[in-house]
Each structure stands twice: as C-alpha cells, then as structure tokens.
Design a protein around this ligand. Structure first.
Ligand SMILES: CSC[C@@H](O)[C@@H](O)C(=O)COP(=O)(O)O
Length: 362
C-alpha cells in the first residue's frame, strides 16, 4: 500500500481529532473548523482553493504545519478543473501556489509546502504524461506532506521527551498540538508520548489572548486525551513560575530565522523573558520545514497584524470602547538568547544557532 493510501486508511480509522482530512468519496478537503472549538466539532467540506484560502485567513485551520498541509490540498483543488495540456496545468498550479501564499504571511511552512507543490508540478510536467495523472500526483503529494508531518511530529516528541522527567511542570503558550499539525503537534508531542509511556507531566496552558488558542484548543485537546492540564490566563505565567510549579517551557513556532530568533504566537516573548528570570529552560519545538535559513534574523520575519475586532469584540462581546486605537500583531519574536534549545525531528539543537541550524541541513 502506498504511503498516500496508508494516509487515507489512517484518516478513516482515526481515533484522534484530525484538523485536516482528505475525503476521497467527495473529492473534498474536510477541515475541522477550529473557530468553533471547544463547543462544536464541525468539519467544513472545501472544494475550491478560494475556500481553502479563506479557511486559512479566518483561522478555521491554523498552526504552521496544518496551514501548509491545507494549502497543499488547496493547490490540487485549484488546479484539478484545468483542461488542456500539461503546460497549462503547470501554469495553473503555479498560479494557485502564488495565490494561496497570500493567505497569511508569518508561518514559513505555508511557503515551504507551496514551494514543494510547485517543484513537484514542474518535475511532473517535464516528465510528460497525461494531465489527469499529473493531477492525481499533485493530490498524492499533498497526502505525502500530511503523512510525513505525522511522523515528523512523533520524532520531535521523542527528542523533546528526553528533556523532561516524570512529575515535571511544563508550561506552553498558544496551540502547537495535534490540531496545529497532522497529529501529535510539536510542543505537545512530548506530552502525548509521556502519556503513552506512563510518565506524568503537569501541563500549564496559557489561554493565549486574543483568540484563545490555548484555552479553546490546547486545554481542549489535552483534556480529551486525559493529559493533566491546568488552564491559566496569560498574565498568570509569572506567578506559577514563581511558585516553582514550572520546570520547563515548550512552545511551537511559525518561523525560526537563521540566527535562531523565533517567531511564535503573540505573548511567547513575554513567556521567554519570564522563564529566563526564573532560570527555567525555554524550548522551541518545530519541524525542519519551520526553519528558514533565508531569513537572517527575527527582524526580517513578516509579522501578521490582524483585525482590531479580535481585541475589542472577540467572540461577539464588545469589551473596549468603540474607536479606541488598537495594536494587534498575531506573532512576536523571541530573540535567540532566550532559547535554551530547538527540538526538531533530527534532534536537539543548541547555541550557537547560526552554525548549528545550518549544520542541520548539511
Ligand atoms: C505547531 S504550530 C506552531 C505555531 O504555528 C503556533 O504556536 C502558533 O503560533 C499558531 O498561531 P495561529 O495564529 O493560531 O496560526
């Protein structure tokens, strides 16, 4: 059975909540609408690349690896109705990749996945053959991106768990869990593996203002899995650290620059500073596809700014005066000196990041 078929079998049999699911019966992308969690489990049935673009923009699917996977399927959806030659199909595929790349700017996994789809399309077109076969191969590539991510996340979990001990308190920010990836997550992968192995970790989940990925998603998925999780407001991280309840912080990331600066959900930088002040290690977990050696440092990472309503009337209730000035960056940069280690599928990387990140790709 090919890896793509295995992915589809897994999808059918999944006993965990999948953020992204290819539905071969309807030839559609079934996306878990994360905006509706934890209240409702609703899958959107997407059949066009415009719908995928919108789902990424509106955070129906979010988290760097999951965005990349969804976009890869979006390329297929956008290109599949093209009729005519291989050249036309290639041109349409490239157009779809460029279009989907405009949905969100920070997570480099989006651009990584789209580049991979473009390269695959170029290879297929130059190899010749039937356009229909090329379309199928594009779909297979998207499935491959998804199944590889599952394995990658599991490996990240294995390496990260080596840094933790039974009974430790671990704080996390935002959601870098199964919902943000194909499965397991990055920062949450060691928590799932710890549970499989009977190791007890006590997780503190920051609620993560303004759109509460920590409360709605991290607390939800860990609770569903039976992991010991305590939800705190973002401004409580200092107090739980000062009480000695946290022995490690672990977060995901949307992009790691060549010098080890890390972009992640707004508020991550504050957590890193607090961790340093309390002598607590601050770990960043990510697949290698999140490391961007073409971006020299954090200042060069584009930071998405989102609508002011997320702050002034998030979830439909007005909580700030109309017309007040608002600043709403979705991400911040944690400078590399705050990062104790970066955990990838290939192992644990420590400073000097400039050299060690580069070595990772050699
Ligand atoms: C494994 S997901 C890593 C990051 O993408 C995650 O921590 C994060 O910041 C997500 O932000 P979001 O705006 O919800 O897409």
């Amino acid at each position: 059975m090919s890896i793509q078929d295995q992915q589809e079998e897994k999808n059918k049999a999944a006993d965990w909540l999948q953020s992204v699911r290819w539905n071969s019966a309807t030839d559609s992308l079934d996306l878990l609408d994360q905006r509706q969690l934890p209240d409702e489990i609703v899958y959107l049935e997407l059949t066009t690349s415009e719908q995928v673009w919108d789902a990424i923009k509106q955070l129906a699917v979010r988290g760097a690896p999951a965005i990349g996977i969804a976009a890869a399927y979006g390329v297929y959806l956008g290109a599949r109705d093209t009729s005519g030659s291989l050249e036309l199909l290639l041109a349409e595929t490239v157009k779809q990749c460029d279009y989907l790349a405009t949905s969100r700017p920070t997570a480099v996994n989006l651009f990584w996945a789209l580049e991979r789809m473009k390269q695959r399309a170029t290879e297929l077109a130059s190899a010749g053959g039937e356009p229909e076969a090329m379309k199928q191969s594009l779909l297979d590539e998207a499935k491959l991106i998804q199944s590889e991510d599952e394995e990658t996340c599991r490996l990240i979990g294995v390496h990260a768990l080596d840094l933790f001990e039974d009974g430790m308190g671990v704080l996390t920010h935002c959601n870098a869990g199964g919902l943000a990836t194909a499965r397991y997550g990055t920062a949450l992968a060691p928590m799932y593996l710890a549970q499989e192995r009977g190791i007890h970790l006590k997780v503190f989940a920051d609620e993560t203002r303004p759109v509460l990925q920590g409360a709605r998603l991290t607390a939800f998925e860990l609770q569903q899995a039976g992991v010991d999780v305590t939800l705190i407001c973002d401004n409580m991280a200092g107090v739980v650290m000062s009480k000695g309840w946290v022995q490690a912080v672990i977060v995901g990331t949307d992009r790691v620059a060549a010098n080890g600066d890390v972009a992640n959900k707004i508020g991550t930088y504050s957590v890193a500073v607090l961790a340093k002040a309390h002598g607590i290690p601050f770990y960043v977990a990510c697949p290698m596809s999140t490391i961007d050696l073409n971006t020299a440092n954090g200042a060069d990472i584009p930071i998405e700014e989102r609508h002011e309503d997320e702050i002034t009337q998030g979830f439909g209730k007005r909580t700030a005066p109309k017309g007040v000035k608002v600043f709403n960056p979705a991400f911040d940069i944690t400078p590399n000196e705050y990062v104790t280690a970066i955990i990838t599928e290939k192992g644990v990387i420590r400073a000097p990041y400039h050299e060690n990140l580069k070595k990772l790709f050699e």
